[in-house]
Design a protein around this ligand. Sequence first.
Ligand code: NAP
Length: 279
Amino acid sequence: MKAPWAALIGHPVEHSFSPFIYRAFAYALNRPIHYRALNVRERKLGNAISSAAKRSWLGWNVTLPHKVAILKYLDEIHADAEEAGAVNLVRFKEGRSHGYNTDIEGFLAPLAQRGITLKGRTVLVLGAGGAARAVGAACTRKDVEEIVFLNRHPDKAAALAALFGGRAGGLDERILHQEIRGADVLVNATSLGMDGTANPVPFRLRLKKNAVAYDLVYRPRVTPFLKTAADGGAQTIGGLEMLVAQAGAAWKIWFSEEVPQPVLTHVQDELERRIDEPT
Ligand code: NAP
């Protein structure tokens, strides 16, 4: 059988780890694929989908800024993607395009591995973009006590709060202080910190006992948010584990094949080694 084609679709895609991750899975599982990172503008999404479906591509990983915009171009939306209102994975099958969201499963995996439960907890989500939607869907699924979205543009936080049954506000210091005090789990789902300096919580934190801080940003490995949270006594989780876990879930959808834990761990170790290297 010929190796199928797959790609990461976004803009920009130059520094993505996806090509490395999927090529590593393909090598470890002896299932060759052609994998590319493609810069696609939104106005070209519809044509690109038709063309990939016609040519029987395997699928796409979808990243910024298309996770929400892509929904309207797809033939079928899987329940996960419907729940989140965002798609990060496409599978092409028999000429049709199917949208999925593996960020939900990816987000939950590192928590489950640590035995951290969300049921009955208060979760504070900073950000209201595509990643925050997946966190909202995951929290709904796990029956959290309360979810609060804070965002630079508060209207977007309010929209997610309405969607997932939570509260909302702006990302300003007074509100942050107040909400952080009551949060069991703090999630940074903004893109702040990717430059190694920006921090959504640039002050000393007064946290609840046993609070968990989870940064979806995965480069650098220790973000300013994680550093501040660790200094405040939180248990911390970086975004790399989620990145690898959501890729494992994507592989399963494409090939109906689990990526074994030792392969996931190996890929994660290798990324950790590469991650702080200059790009
Ligand atoms: P997105 O849809 O573009 O949303 C970006 C979010 O960041 C929005 O809430 C935006 O606020 C906020 N933001 C951006 N610049 C800001 C600034 N200067 N000050 C305050 N807030 C700012 O992106 P996304 O897909 O949600 O991704 C968010 C982050 O999560 C990215 O760093 C991405 O790499 C990471 N991520 C990681 C994984 C993983 O597997 N670890 C998966 C998905 C995403 P406004 O709405 O006010 O603009």
